[in-house]
Design a protein around this ligand. Sequence first.
Ligand SMILES: Cc1ncc(COP(=O)(O)O)c(C=O)c1O
Length: 374
Amino acid sequence: MSHDPQIEAVIDLDAFGANIAALAACAPSSMVMTVVKANAYGHGMVPMARAARASGSSWLGVATIEEALALRAAGDRGPLMCWLASPGAAFAAAVEADVEVTASSVAQLEEIIAVAPSRPRVQLKVDTGLSRNGARGKEWTALVEAASSARAAGRVDITGVWSHFACADDPDHPANDSQEAVFRAAVDQMVAAGLEHGIRHISNSAATLVRPSAHFDLVRIGIAAYGIRPDSGMTYSTRLTPVMTLRTRLAQVKRVPAGAKVSYGQTWTAERETTLGLVPMGYGDGIAISASNRAEVQVGGARAPIAGRVCMDQLVVDLGDRPAEPGDIATLFGPGHDGEPTAEDWAAASGTIAYEVVTRLGGRTVRTYKGENS
Ligand SMILES: Cc1ncc(COP(=O)(O)O)c(C=O)c1O
């Protein structure tokens, strides 16, 4: 006899495809790269990668070489870029697998060229103000010169130049104009050095949604493809549908008297007689302990607040006087269409961002996929 998974993240690939199409329509002259790093923001990298390609995303993006090689091992063959590597990373394997790698410094470019089994396809990363990866100022000038000489010597193909916004989810922030201007100047420097710049890209989801001047040749969409707003304060007309529904079934239901105290530390006390539902999910599955006494779960069509502290494997909800039984579905979050909380609600309740709510899911969560591309 087969059983439903105890903890199930149901991933709606039709919603994912529709989100990608809606985002592509925001940037009609640009290619789309769907970002599937970090296990596709918790949604499962390989199925999301396949669905993204099937939904018209010509490119995929990941952070690490290991992620890129995992996609290749799963049969992915399309344009694929990665961007985060320490010295000694598996650049040779990446180049062999036809993965485009990123050089953020002269030293990194030299390392890639030195170990590559054939002429590597490399994109250059310019730091325009985020101060993470990438070369800035004189180091950018040196990287352009080094890339130009290596290109002239036939040792590398420079296939793109890119950067990343710090504040694109705050469209009026002055950093956006400044970063875009630095990016344009960086591309001009490549042209002045006689180096073909290849594809230019700087936009994440937020910039794809609201900053057309920054769409360039390609947009890199992450969170919005999964149906989540980059920031809950952002407004735009593009319709996005959350892709993940996280649900389980009540393990136990019990009536407790007024004064009953719940969970470790006894931080919650029943004000009157009430019904408690035991939800078999906890921080071992990626539920934030900061959701204790704050977030809500939908049971039987209504929301029930978490009572007491989230534990490793379980949490308790206060069902009041509503009828409930063990086995009833408890939806932690979903698209919100049937009154259930969303990942954004969970983020607000637990003092984090929705990116973290979905990405940190793990432990015993089983992902199941529905939709045409499943
Ligand atoms: C380099 C790069 N591009 C694009 C993205 C996608 O960003 P978002 O999820 O905000 O669309 C990320 C994710 O943080 C990233 O690291």
